[in-house]
Design a protein around this ligand. Sequence first.
Ligand code: H79
Length: 465
Amino acid sequence: HPIEVKFGAITKPNRTDPAMAAFRNYGLGQFIHWGLYAIPGNEWNGVSARSGAPASEWIRKWEGSTVPTNWIETYDNLYKQFNPKNFDAKQWARRAKEMGAKYVIFTTKHHDGFCLWPSKYSDYTIANSPYKKDIVKQVVDAYTEQGIDVFLYFSVEEWNNKDYVKNIPKTPDEIARFDRFLKYTRNQLLELQTNYPKIKGFWFDGTWDPSWINAYAFTYNLEKELRNNNPNLIIGSRFRNDEYESRHFDSNGVLLGDYEQGWERKMPADMELLGGNDWDCVMTIPPNGWGYIKNTDGMYLKTTNDIIDLLMKSRAMNGNFVLNFGPDQNGNMSKHENELITALGKWTKTNAEAIYDVKNFPLESKYGYYTLSKTDPTSLFLTVINRPVDGILRLTFPRNAKLVPASAALLDHERDLLLKKANIGLDRDTNTYFDIIVPENLKTKRAFVIKIKLNTPTISENKLM
Ligand code: H79
């Protein structure tokens, strides 16, 4: 039985307005983590304090023998050095477009509390760095100009804010401080909305502490206020919880926000886990680490093929895939990041039809991922990740399918491929089979996409054996 929830969802799941329709078709996004953590770049005095999968943007929190004395104080003074001489938002935006990204999520303020815009409500901002200029504005303008929608990442939690309280405020002092902190958070969000009216949404983070969870009435009203200011605004499920501490989903399992925001460095195993909600997967290129990493020796860095696999897996399950970049302190992307942008861009350009404006097709393929055109239900795409050893791709369709493969072509060369029915003669078989011959001279080591035209089955295809 559903229980009564007073501070539950404000918007209905699966919004049908143009802003959410656009979100659903983004396909590929770019995340950018940029801030003071780019200066140490995952190391203190040349020593990485963490092995394995370090979260470079968490360096202020690191503990252990390799951490220099007074390191928090050192970190909190890094803003005096932040002066990215090569930062060029237009260049980033051009490259993001080349990669095929349709939206960007940019860190306005991470957990360290440093604001990349000149907030009136804090002294710990870009305005007091040697760089001085508003970085958020440059990013919003440059990406918007390239036709890339902008979402602002915003961490509620702040490590160095004296008003921030982690646990439920109890003493009068804690209550007064956290009350100021909530007002400050509201002011900053309204400020971001006012300063950058072109943004399409927020990507919230750092909302897991008991103090914030306990402020459910405040956050409920704040979400309403943000939405009143911009009815098209898109907010993920990480912003809020209900009055029973239920985060992302209310106590009845209803999504709190417009899309599910729980897929951070992880992928749903199957579509059932998604419950039909919109979602995005946000992913790092190294195993972990969202901010700049000076030395990636010995770290596995995801390849273009890895990214294509994750992208198309997301698309096959109606999600967006968002790839993170961590520019260095001068505003440069790494060599590996740049190579990924170029290679991925080449692939997304060739295979755009299979990536954007597509939806789930309710069949699995052992070769890779199906996506179906939203505008033409007879255009089916198969992204081939696993190439069959004999070069014969055997598509398995239910015998009673209303539409079955009628012809096939390679998207990269628009080359027609041989497609023929395979009668493998299994007794009482409920399936029907279509073989596509992959040309032997297709020498690519990348995933490739086959466009399959569907048609109503001929009588002989439907006939029982
Ligand atoms: O910005 C990137 C990361 O820095 C941030 N989100 C991405 C986009 C992030 N890092 N970690 N997490 C989110 C999850 C946090 C988990 C923990 Fe905790 C925070 C583990 C310990 C502190 C919350 C509080 C969960 C357990 C205790």
